[in-house]
Structure formats: C-alpha cells, structure tokens
Design a protein around this ligand. Sequence first.
Ligand code: UDP
Length: 475
Amino acid sequence: MAGVHEARTGGSGASNGRRSSRRRPRRVLMFPLPFQGHINPMLQLGDVLHARGLAVTVLHTRLNALDAARRHPEFQFVPVLDGVPAHVAASGNVIDIIEAMNAAMEADGAAALRAVLESVVADEARPPAACIIFDANLLAVPRAAEAVGLRTLVLRTASAACLGCFLAYPMLHQKGYLPPQESKLYMPVKELPPLRVRDLFYSSWSNHKKMRELLARANEAMKNSSGLVINTLDALEKAELNRLCEELHIPVVLAPGPLHKLSSKCTRSSTPDQDYSCIEWLDKQPSESVLYVSFGSLASLDAKDFLEVAWGLANSGHPFLWVVRADSVRGFLDGPDIPNGFEAAVRGRGKVIRWAPQQEVLAHPAVGGFWTHSGWNSTLESISDGVPMICRPQFADQMMNTRYVVNTWGVGLELEGELERGKIEKAVRKLMKDRQGEEMRERAKELKKNVADCLKAGGTSQVAIDKLVDYILSM
Ligand code: UDP
C-alpha cells in the first residue's frame, strides 16, 4: 500500500479490522534528539497524533531545552538529565554531544532514564502509555523502555535515502567507497543510485570510529523496534522506501511526510526569537522576486566566506532575505560584523535577520528561491511550497539531499567549490532570472502539487498516519 511499506516478514502488525473495538484513550511518549532539525518533526508528529485523539508526553533534555512547552500546553513535558558537559555542548560537535549524552543516559543500565519512564508510565491521571517514539540516536531508550514494558517506534527525521546509506555503511567501507578518496569523488555508488561517492554521509572532521559505532547501534535500535516512521513521502522517495522495506524486517515502515504540512498547529519551529518583521517586509515585495537565504540551525561559515556571501548577494541586484544567526560565522559568538557599505548597497531590497519563521517565509508569494544548506527539513519545506533552490551543502546528509534536488527532482542547482562573490552573483541570477531557473520553478510547482496530493484524504501520507494511529491503538 502506498505510504505504508510492509516489511517482508512481519505482516502489518496493525489492528486491521479491530479499530473500533480497541479504541480507548491512549498516550504516546516521544523523545527527540535535542537539535532543531530533529525536535521540529517530532513535535509535528506529536501534533498530528494529538489531533487524532492521542495524549502526548514529550521527554526533553536540558541541552537545547524546548521552548515548545509554552506553545504546546496540550502536551506534557518531562525533563531528562542529559549529562552533557558545558564545554562539549559549546563545541558544537554533534557526534561528541550525542556521545556524551548517550554515555550519561546509559550509565548504570540506563537507571536514571528508566526511573523517569517508570514515573511517566505510572501516572494514572493520564491515559495509559502505548509506546515511545524516539530518535534512534538516543541509545539508552530501548533498554529503559523494555525495562518498563514499553514498545518502541523510531522516527527518522532525515530522508529514506539517508537511512539507506546508514544501513549500507559497513558495505561502503568494505568496498572502499568510504572514506572518500579525492580521485573517486564523482564515481557512482552503484548499490545506492543516484548517489556518487561525494554524496555519501561522511564528515571529515568527526571521529570516524565513533560515528560508525553510533550508526551501527542506532541501526540496531531501529531494527529491534516495533516500527519505523520516516519524515518523507512516496512522491519523493518511493524507490528508496521500497529498497528499505526489502532490507528491514520490522513490522511497519510508514512515510507520512512532510510532517510540517500534516500538523495543523505547529507551523513554527521550537526556537524563540523568530523575527516576524520579515513577513511585513515580504508583503511589500513583488511576487517571486525574493531569494531567501538560510543555512539552518547548525551550519556555519568562516569570516572570508561570509564576506563573499554578503557581496555576492549585494552585487546580484536581487531582493533577498538573509538569516544570519548569532553563531553563523566561526569565531564570532554574538553575530558577525556586517561589512562597511553593505547596508547602503542593499537598502530597500535586502533584509538581514537572526532567525526566520522559515515555513511562513517559504510559503510567502514574494519568495521565488531559497539558497539553502540542504538540511532535510529545509529541503522538504522548500519542495512543499514549490520553491526552487540553490544548494550549498556542508556536511552530514546535506550532500545527498543536494544530489536529489539537482539530479532526481530537478528543482535546484548546486553552488560548488570555493565561495566567491562573482560565482554567487551568477548562481542567484541563474535561479531568479534565467530560463533555467524558470524551468526549475515550474518543476518545483509540479512537485508541490504531488506533495499536496499525498497530504489529501486518501493520499499516501494520510493513509500512513491512519495506519500509525491504528497501530498505536492496537498496542
Ligand atoms: N529554521 C527556522 N528558521 C531559520 C532557520 C531554520 O525556523 O531561520 C528551521 C527550518 O524551518 C527547519 C530547521 O530549522 O525546520 C532546520 O532543519 P534542517 O534539517 O533544514 O537543518 P539543520 O538545522 O538540522 O542543519
């Protein structure tokens, strides 16, 4: 069934036919990895499940503590000690942060997390807990959940292609695709089309042994879970989803994405300080004239590249809305200095803000293009609103998302190599003005329609959510 991918062995595991007799109030526990790109889709899934009658309890760490509690009074929020030392948190190294968190949470047989789960599950004032939906990188969860008799479901917040790459990690090393060699960067990985070596998940600055261990254990946690939910959809990744189901032997694999469009409530990310003045500014700009520029919540530039971006945007002559976070430029903790003469050069057509209400921005009729770092959430958000992209990937799954945007879906171009103002200017013109950009925009609008079809009643994403709710109620 579309959107619902049955693994080869387990059958559906869902309640087929038992739906009405089994309906009683139930509760879902959720535990996202505490990074923006992971928290948002988890809370969006929570919104969708809550709208279908399930109670929701969200576990959260002190690290990147959720502001969401204020905006989700209908959820229960429960803190969990993460044990990440301040200097590790400040390092910004995601693998080190996850490792520290896992070490603390797995200590003493995950005793502290088990105690939290015990008290949450024992709370008789709330509906009985059916399961915990968690991020597979939180390695302490399966053991703690098992100890209190809770079944686990995994939410993957990246693409199906990315998960395919994770599952293939040992093979990619055995066959010599990884670590990537300079001379083989453009070689196709025939086991994972359309990826080439340079598109594979790899980070030259992470400790590789640690990363491989984390991936292997996260894969194991997923394989031993009662089901997998991926924030993607058939309209984008049908072949990749089918490949996963060939490989995985877990009861259900569900693709109800893009979750931000299914959730009626949570259109905003969980970060405070969104600058809504940009919406008023966009209201004054001509239709499809503005390039929105944002590199997500983690990616950063060095000071030299920051200058090139600033002058590339200024020299392009196009209106732009640019997100410059306080930590956007390495070496500056409270925001970089805007270069002399920049403000005068872009007055009236350029706006710089600290954090955007990105989903509202991408849905705004004045936005005609998105220069992105190609994080999966940003990619999904752009596609869902029919906005073509300039892709400038840096790490993790960003390279492979770019490959799909450029090569498979044809809705963007990649800005490769050294960042240089003349090149940036050309790329902006190509996307915003040239025939080639216009064609990408047309394809992006078509893809937007396909996404909308998946989200309609009877569409693959809605069917996947129905199935998930039935499955949870059958537990
Ligand atoms: N985001 C936002 N405002 C911004 C920049 C980003 O709301 O100014 C949100 C964006 O909508 C997305 C998330 O932050 O949901 C970033 O996730 P993504 O997977 O694209 O990248 P990451 O930050 O994980 O690298």
